[in-house]
Design a binder for this molecule. Structure first.
Ligand code: XIL
Length: 316
């Protein structure tokens, strides 16, 4: 019975979830999680649709919800190559015009929520799988310094906020992981305000190996960064586009994996624990089936918001 038990009370670190307004899932969010991340509403295409217009309504609702319910809000994401408004993709100007535009974007948003949003994904997915910087509009128009500048602008706008670099596949792409850690360590040594690294963890029941997952967590904390398991979902079907029957064995394996990750995260030294954020409440709202065009059941609750073995394993 999820009414009486609470996931976040079961663990010593923040347990978060990605949500969208309107809060269809509010009762579960309310009782089970103490951190929220808007899955879309802080992304540039939603929050900054025109050069001179910000759209605050949904972001405000989420921030108000977090404040009223004593949830931490970890916002996602200031600078990314996807979900950009058209005006931003087509922006014309010199390097300094681009810097000014990026600064305006970051400062306006971060200042509005100063003291209300505790943490930001400042940069999302800046590296390719081969460890080179992703050729996006920011790299093209500003150069590689866009990364440190974005952190600086965010820090100036809210010196108290925790600032994160967030990326995927870090646990099974050693070259990419090394490139991310090298750059972040370097920037930090030069005084750039970077507090943590988010391991997006869109993984499956079999991939990556437990060992790779754990050693990546260790490498990040050993480099002195707070670790956010930032977008956790565990596929039971990592490739097939065919329909299949969801078996109890699949659900048990998924449950074991969730437990393995939470148990190992629990062992991390407190100062490096930022929390674990699960990328959605129920299987019915997961991004995976839509985005990858395959059947899947990666979250803790089924489409009717009933707890799955994965939830039961975590609350035990
Ligand atoms: C996804 C959202 O969950 C979807 O609703 C949206 O259509 C696409 O983006 N990596 C990220 C997230 O950093 O922002 C993505 O979220 C999932 C992959």
């Amino acid at each position: 019975n999820t009414d009486q038990q609470s996931l976040y009370q079961r663990y010593d670190f923040p347990v978060g979830v990605a949500i969208e307004p309107p809060h269809t899932t509010e009762p579960i969010v309310q009782t089970q999680f103490n951190s929220i991340t808007p899955s879309n509403r802080f992304k540039p295409e939603f929050i900054h649709p025109q050069e001179k217009t910000f759209y605050w309504h949904h972001a405000d609702l989420l921030v108000d919800y977090a404040l009223a319910n004593e949830k931490r809000l970890h916002a996602h994401t200031l600078i990314w190559h996807e979900q950009l408004p058209i005006w931003m993709e087509n922006f014309q100007g010199s390097k300094s015009d681009w810097e000014a535009m990026m600064k305006h974007h970051i400062s306006t948003i971060v200042k509005r929520y100063k003291g209300k949003v505790q943490a930001w994904d400042v940069i999302n997915e800046a590296f390719l799988e081969d460890g080179t910087l992703r050729p996006n509009i920011w790299l093209k128009n500003i150069g590689s310094s866009y990364i440190e500048k974005a952190f600086q602008y965010a820090h100036e706008a809210d010196p108290e906020a925790l600032l994160f670099y967030n990326d995927f596949n870090l646990s099974f792409r050693p070259t990419k992981r090394k490139a991310v850690l090298d750059l972040m360590t370097n920037l930090k040594l030069r005084g750039v305000p970077i507090h943590g690294i988010g391991m997006q963890s869109h993984i499956s029941t079999i991939f990556p190996s437990d060992q790779d997952f754990i050693s990546t967590m260790e490498k990040i904390t050993q480099a002195g960064f707070k670790l956010h398991i930032s977008e956790l979902d565990i596929s039971v079907n990592s490739i097939s586009k065919e329909k299949f029957e969801l078996t109890d064995e699949m659900l048990q394996r998924q449950a074991q994996r969730y437990r393995f990750i939470f148990n190992n995260y629990q062992r991390i030294e407190k100062q490096y624990q930022h929390g674990i954020t699960i990328w959605g409440v129920s299987d019915g709202e997961s991004w995976i089936p839509n985005y990858f065009g395959r059947e899947d059941y990666p979250l803790l609750f089924d489409e009717f918001f009933n707890p799955k073995p994965a939830y039961c394993g975590l609350i035990k």
